[in-house]
Design a binder for this molecule. Structure first.
Ligand code: ATP
Ligand code: MG
Length: 411
């Protein structure tokens, strides 16, 4: 059944209750043969509506199915340590449950500030503190008798610091404890905008959520476009779904690009009815071009070594090994392709280039020293421009991001 605008919920949002209910059911009712009690990882490119869906559709659907939802956005404050953000969210939930607090205060004989009439300081909860995350979550589970679903938005950010990684391990222990028969269950749902990065949280055995399913999160589609056209009825002539849908797909399924194009028309007070379709198409194309041009300007401002490192990383995807001799050869090919043959590519130059690319927010580094392209749509743009040819080490550029092929690169 197609999703539709819910009669409840936020008016300026297109809701997807059917999809939310399906995902919620899958998250809560784990089959004995599934690995998803490890958690579920949902990934989709930047600005395609992940956060909106998690907050406005999935969280309410999970709550309606009897779960207790704790939502954490690791991008809310990019400067904060991800472990602090996760711990604060759990503490805030705990503070809502007086019985859980009393239970903890009693079992640990703790004193401190009064919260909800209970003598207990929340500062005593955390990594390496008297009360662990496992104990805090168990207390919430036992008091509420509900499955707890922890939604971690932009979860890949957790592994950029070692305490963030520790927090993920602590959540894994909590999951194992709460999924035992004494408690009521813990599910972890992680989202992220970069498949390579998110995959690092569950690909290797030394990661907390090894083996958890990594699922492409469905983008907004025709139903959203129909909702958008219906709600753009303040334009002199209605927009047609047949015209807008291909434009939306070309824009990488980003609602903001359609919204900005419609606004351009809204503020053109000389616009006549018969011009609407043509002007709207033009405005969307302009938005797409502007975002791509902007990204290409940044690429062109790189030094030859930075550009070579960026392109080889983009072409290699998850296979990227920055200092292997085969990779060093590929940097040299990239430099030659750019007709910068006189430039020397050595290990220290590559190290410096990786640092500079991180500072420019083009490259992302996990705390274990594994690298990924910050925004996977940049890889697609580089590929379209022919800048990845012959650099992947296996013929064509890596097709790692093939599932998500938006045609713009928003920065
Ligand atoms: N279902 C929707 N209905 C209407 N507008 C939407 C919907 N989903 C997303 N948008 C709009 O698209 C923009 C991006 O949405 P959102 O922040 O949820 O995306 P995101 O994928 O989480 O982005 P980021 O990669 O930056 O975290 C916002 O302006 C939001 O209002
Ligand atoms: Mg988001």
């Amino acid at each position: 059944m197609a999703d539709k605008t819910s009669t409840e919920g936020t008016k300026n949002i297109f809701h997807r209750p059917d999809m939310a209910n399906k995902i919620a059911k899958q998250v809560l009712h784990v089959s004995p043969t599934s690995a998803s009690s490890s958690g579920v990882f949902l990934t989709a490119p930047r600005r395609t509506g992940k956060t909106t869906f998690m907050r406005e559709d999935l969280a309410p659907a999970l709550t309606a199915q009897g779960a207790l939802v704790i939502y954490v956005d690791l991008w809310e404050d990019p400067k904060a340590d991800p472990s602090d953000v996760i711990i604060s969210a759990i503490k805030a939930e705990l503070a809502r449950h007086e019985f859980a607090l009393k239970r903890l205060a009693k079992s640990f004989s703790l004193g401190g500030a009064k919260i909800a009439g209970v003598d207990f300081s929340l500062d005593r909860i955390g990594l390496g503190k008297e009360v662990s995350l496992v104990q805090a979550l168990s207390a919430i589970s036992d008091t509420t008798k509900k499955v707890i679903v922890l939604i971690i938005d932009e979860a890949q950010h957790a592994i950029t610091t070692s305490s963030g990684s520790d927090a993920m391990f602590s959540l894994k222990s909590a999951r194992d404890e709460l999924n035992s028969h004494q408690h009521h269950g813990l599910r972890v749902v992680c989202t992220g905008s970069n498949r390579d990065k998110l995959a690092m949280l569950r690909n290797s055995k030394d990661q907390a959520f090894f083996g958890a399913p990594l699922v492409p999160f469905p983008s907004l589609g025709k139903d959203y476009v129909a909702w958008f056209c219906k709600n753009s009825d303040d334009l002199p002539t209605p927009l047609s779904v047949d015209v807008v849908l291909p434009l939306f797909e070309r824009s990488g399924s980003r609602p903001e690009i359609l919204g900005a194009a419609a606004d351009e028309l809204r503020f053109d007070f000389t616009l006549e009815g018969h011009q609407v379709t043509e002007r709207f198409s033009w405005a969307v194309e302009e938005q797409i071009k502007a975002t791509n041009d902007d990204a290409m300007r940044v690429i062109r401002s790189l030094t030859p070594v930075q550009s070579a490192v960026l392109r080889v990383l983009a072409a290699s995807g998850a296979e990227y090994a920055p200092f292997e001799s085969a990779t060093m050869e590929r940097y040299k090919i990239a430099v030659r392709q750019a007709r910068d043959a006189g430039v020397n590519v050595e290990v220290t130059a590559v190290q410096q280039a990786l640092l500079a690319l991180q500072e420019k927010s083009l490259v992302w580094r996990a705390s274990r020293g594994v690298y990924a392209i910050e925004d996977s749509t940049l890889t697609e743009l580089l590929r379209q421009q022919g800048l990845l040819e012959g650099l992947s080490g296996h013929g064509e550029g890596s097709d790692y991001t093939k599932d998500f092929v938006p045609q713009t690169c928003a920065r």
